[in-house]
Design a protein around this ligand. Structure first.
Ligand code: 4UV
Length: 525
């Protein structure tokens, strides 16, 4: 049953700027678009669009043009919206960088994406400066939004009050954003998402998710990750909802901002659902404004969804997506209280999906009642990426000749078109909704002279959340403790990528072609 049960929607052939800000009415111009959750400062849609246009003008004067790749290393602050759309409006492509990355990881992404500019904030300057210098980005093209000696600031760029350039490009082929994802295997790769991919995913989410004009949407999920970028920054603003930003997740601050700013929608990843269900602090705050908690990026157990709904007196919904699909492909629509909360709901409009037996390549049979047997989820639609940047082999492994994206996730489906994600075929690990690529950690572990071989897989912690666990084979005569291995990796990777558990083994199971047999490891974890 490849077609969605939801009716198709119209996808306009325009840029993402045009799609979000092109039709602002008088009423919209004066309406609040973003509230800085920390300071309470408000930005209206009119102010935001004015800043975007002025930044686009300033960047065009300084040489940003169609095809220029610009790195963006910035937490969730209102200026993120200005910078993201300003760069695109000047014709550039934004490569969004994880705020937690080490200088080495930032450097890799800047180099791989061919970025020639970098925007950041002063707390990230040491890492940004090191990475920029390593790839030859000069100080005048390393913009520090809040200002730093020797670098342009946002205020300075906006101050020139330049007019945006007149640009003509095909939104269906022009790359808007290059987020990095490891996909089904290996190291992070640049995911080429066109303007049309982003415009499509906003249009597809429009009726299905259910945010309404003027509602307050907490923006705690990072804008640098495609879930935050599309669902918060672009989708919520298109609907003229109000984004309430917070730069990093800390439970007390999350509860304070939700309560004080009377947020209606909380888009979260499952670890926040665990806190909302279990943490005593939740009782100290008035969360009566919250009507929907929407979880995605990792599996949400049905019992946890019900516990959150009961404690907050709200609806809990779930969605599913991946960076390679801009990202959303399945959601539980707000209009469908009947749909099981442990499912990821229905395929979005204009999205086809199939559940394919990985052994035979045939679609699984869908019984009249209850879910099918599991198979790999394949999706096809206007939100599916153009491919991985400069990596035709990885693109061909993920995106077949007929345009089907092979997700690497195992799903079931029932006769009403509801999908459940039941397992993962691919090696990717999700820690708190963030991607962790085993290949990256395995390479780091092998740098340790005491380690002869290593493999990393995801295992469940006591709360049912996924954590990276390493299997380590020691060199003969070497002695390393679990704590030493954990510390070794921690000093070389971003905090979310840390190995959190270690098992010492005598050998790593491998296929005759030398591929790690992760399923065998999982059985012995
Ligand atoms: O590439 P990525 O980091 O992308 C995401 C995107 C999550 C989104 C996006 C839009 C939504 O509306 C939404 O609800 C969720 O996480 O990682 C992609 C992989 O994360 C796992 C799955 O293995 C994907 O291939 N994943 C994402 N959502 C779910 C999930 C889920 N609801 N249940 C189980 N696994």
């Amino acid at each position: 049953m490849p077609a969605s049960v939801l009716p198709d929607v119209h996808i306009p052939a325009v840029s993402i700027y045009e799609s979000v800000f092109g039709a602002l009415s008088e009423e919209d111009l004066a309406a609040v678009a973003i509230i800085d959750g920390v300071t309470g400062a408000e930005t209206s849609f009119g102010q935001l669009r004015g800043q975007i246009d002025a930044l686009a003008g300033a960047l065009a004067v300084r040489g940003v043009e169609l095809g220029t790749v610009v790195g963006l290393l910035c937490p969730n602050v209102p200026a993120f919206a200005t910078v993201f759309h300003g760069i695109l409006r000047a014709g550039g492509t934004v490569t969004t960088i994880n705020s937690l990355y080490t200088a080495g990881e930032i450097e890799n992404q800047l180099r791989d994406s061919g970025a020639t500019w970098l925007f950041t904030v002063s707390p990230f300057l040491p890492a940004a400066e090191a990475a920029a210098a390593a790839v030859g980005i000069p100080p005048e093209r390393l913009v520090v939004l809040d200002g730093a000696d020797g670098h342009p600031s946002l205020r300075e760029l906006l101050g020139a009050d330049e007019r945006p350039p007149e640009l003509h490009f095909d939104p269906a082929t022009q790359i808007a954003v290059l987020p990095y994802s490891s996909g089904t295997t290996g190291h992070p790769k640049g995911v080429m998402l066109t303007h049309t991919n982003l415009v499509a995913n906003v249009a597809q989410g429009m009726g299905a998710i259910g945010v309404e004009r003027g509602e307050r949407v907490l923006a705690v999920l990072p804008f640098f990750h495609i879930y935050g970028l599309t669902v918060l920054l672009n989708y919520a603003l298109t609907l003229r909802a109000v984004l309430v930003t917070m730069p990093r997740f800390e439970l007390p601050e999350f509860l304070r901002i939700t309560s004080e700013h009377r947020c209606n929608w909380l888009f979260i990843a499952p670890p926040i659902a665990v806190a909302l269900a279990k943490h005593p602090l939740v009782d100290d705050y008035d969360l009566s404004s919250v009507t929907v908690v929407f979880s995605g990026a990792a599996p949400l157990a049905g019992a946890l969804a019900h516990a959150v709904a009961a404690r907050l007196g709200c609806t809990v919904a779930q969605g599913y997506g991946m960076t390679e699909a801009s990202p959303a492909t399945h959601v539980i629509p707000n209009t469908r209280p009947d749909i099981d909360r442990s499912s990821v709901g229905l395929a979005l409009p204009n999205t086809q999906s199939r559940v394919v037996d990985p052994e035979t390549g045939a679609d699984v049979d869908v019984p009249e009642a209850g879910p099918s047997l599991p198979g790999e989820l394949w999706v096809r639609g206007p939100q599916v990426m153009a491919g991985y940047l400069g990596n035709a082999a990885a693109t061909a492994e993920t995106l077949d000749a007929d345009g089907w994206l092979h997700t690497g996730d195992l799903a079931t489906v029932d006769a009403t078109g509801v999908y459940w994600i039941v397992d993962r075929l691919k090696e990717l690990i999700k820690y708190k909704g963030y991607q962790v690529a085993p290949a990256v950690l395995e390479a780091v572990l092998l740098e340790n002279p005491g380690i002869a071989d290593a493999a990393v897989i995801g295992v469940s912690d006591e709360d049912g959340q996924e954590i990276p666990q390493a299997f380590v084979v020691l060199q003969q005569g070497a002695s390393l403790s679990e704590g030493e291995v954990i510390a070794f990796v921690a000093s070389r990777v971003a905090p979310h990528e840390k190995v959190r558990r270690v098992r010492f083994v005598s050998a790593i199971p491998k296929s005759s072609a030398g591929k790690i047999l992760r399923r065998e490891l999982r059985e012995h974890s």
